[in-house]
Write a new protein. Structure first.
Lengths: 121, 110
């Protein structure tokens, strides 16, 4: 059973960087595409990025393109999100989610509990 | 990457049925059978309820069903129960190889 645990969230000043991690404590996520999804306080879900099972394909929301980088280390069953040039509007709970298949399409069938990122001076 | 359009709220009495719409374009909902629906209770992570327009994951009640016509997808909850009170989000794969969510619908069981 896949269980996803996010970490790395916290408070940070605008313009600084933060790296989120998502570890699979159950079986393995190496055969699946993986997503990051965020939710600002009191707002809806916003898709952030997706990476294919082997890391060869990565796609981003326009709102984070050029600032955020998604990556994975399949030897460690871990997904990452490097967030640079953070803005107050990046404040949100960040969820990692497992795709049903190896690529960027398809539903997200397992979600982590989320990690909170607060960008404020 | 404009959000899919959902009604902000839907209310109904226990035992009744509701349908939540999710309207997109031919570049997302209308162009692919990769529409999903998620349920989110306050303070909790989203839960997948419907995938690929009409399919239910194992363990999801058969009171939940999905459909699509043109650029609009729908989630129907029949035999409404108190535990169904939550926020519901649709999502779709898009032609720009991204994912887009709807704005969310708050379901209230009266």
């Amino acid at each position: 059973q896949v269980q996803l645990v996010e970490s790395g969230g916290g408070g940070v000043q605008p313009g600084r960087s933060l790296r989120l991690s998502c570890a699979d404590s159950g079986l393995t996520i190496r055969n699946y595409g993986m997503h990051w999804v965020r939710q600002a306080p009191g707002k809806g879900l916003e898709w952030v990025a997706v990476i294919s099972y082997d890391g060869s394909n990565k796609w981003y929301a326009d709102s984070v393109k050029g600032r955020f980088t998604i990556s994975r280390d399949n030897s460690k069953n871990t997904l990452y999100l490097q967030m640079n040039s953070l803005r107050p509007e990046d404040t949100a709970v960040y969820y990692c989610a497992k795709g049903q298949g190896p690529y960027e399409w398809g539903a997200m069938d397992v979600w982590g509990q989320g990690t909170t990122v607060t960008v404020s001076s | 990457q404009s959000a899919l359009t959902q009604p902000a709220s839907v209310s109904e009495s226990p035992g009744q049925s509701i349908t939540i719409s999710c309207t997109g374009t031919s570049s997302d909902v209308g162009g692919y059978n990769y529409v999903s629906w998620y349920q989110q209770h306050p303070g909790k992570a989203p839960k997948l309820m419907i995938y690929d327009v009409t399919n239910r994951p194992s363990g999801v009640s058969n009171r939940f069903s999905g459909s699509k016509s043109g650029n609009t997808a729908s989630l129907t909850i029949s035999g409404l129960q108190a535990e169904d009170e939550a926020d519901y989000y649709c999502s779709s794969y898009t032609s720009s190889r991204s994912v887009v969510f709807g704005g969310g619908t708050k379901v209230t069981v009266l």
